[in-house]
Ligand binder design. Sequence first.
Ligand SMILES: *Cc1c(COP(=O)(O)O)cnc(C)c1O
Length: 382
Amino acid sequence: MNQPLVEPMRAFGTTIFAEMSALALTTASINLGQGFPDSDGPPEILDAAVEAIRSGFNQYPPGSGQPTLRHAIAGHQNRFYGVQYDADTEVLVTAGATEAIASALLALTGPGDEVVMFEPYYDSYAACVALSGAQRKVVTLRPTEAGWRYDPEQLERAFTGRTRVVLLNTPHNPTGKVFDRSELEQIAQLARRHDAVVVTDEVYEHLVFDGMHVPMSTLPGMRDRTITISSAGKTFSVTGWKIGWVCAAAPYLNAVRTVKQFLTYVNGGPFQPAVAFGLGLPDEVYAEVREGLRAQRDLLCGGLQRLGFDVITPQATYFATVRLDAGGLEFCQKLPRERRVVAIPSSVFYDSHEGDRLVRFAFCKRPDVLVEALGRLEGVGR
Ligand SMILES: *Cc1c(COP(=O)(O)O)cnc(C)c1O
């Protein structure tokens, strides 16, 4: 039989996450591969979803999302960042950040266009750029004494007359980097010079342990050139709910919505009012999720260091990276059978070979699970 898959997608077989999660099951391993928490989010938000199911939020919500949620998202952007969006024309609810990213790339780019993005990158980015027919131009983040950094000249060279979009993820998965203001200013300046749009994935906006999240939309002149994407999954530890959103100036929001309506149309009816309720909760609720994760980060990173690993401690997110002396892929293939722990070789997040010796561990797991995993890794460090 002929290869049924279209050419641009052939490089995207099964994801490493499916492969490693299957291996976790057959070897009874602790899965520190995929980034999902193993405990539920704030109980009052869970109760709000139950309540919504019982009170009739079970049919298609409006195409742009429940009005209460759109207002809550607009309120959230204003409350935390002082950026104002019109809830009716500048906010769109999506099936997770994943659909928002896909819709934005499909809406804005096509054959002949280029997307500037950083490696290592979240796996859906390359696939969505390929689906749109555009080409990716990748700039490398490297671990340095001063944290993960890119070469400003490499970034400058990545922009061409064909650049349509800069796809930025901050706080960044898998490095845990939080882009600082001067880096954002350089990106913004290049975007303006080349008349490109910045699509920012900010799903870890509330999971910053060191430093401060600066949304691209808050930089001078950038609100109307930025498509801001986020999601409830990471903020409230409800990754299975798949409620995400887009905030952008009306012409861009319209473009994204035009594509989005033919992907899922709508999703998550009863979860939408629950997320609206969650977004309005006091700062302490956000802080509780963050501080729980900070403790888990410190537990895993401290433990790995004691085992002799060269750990790059993240400023944010769910993930820590270790630097090995040998290949990360071989290490991760052996680990489940030999130690019953699953981790992800960071090479899967790179186009180049820069990540070949890096391995990503997720720490969004209960402390007892992390302690058990560390026990199983005894003697592996070096
Ligand atoms: C988890 C994650 C997403 C996906 O978010 P959903 O709301 O679950 O679709 C998007 N981007 C990054 C960087 C992530 O880590």
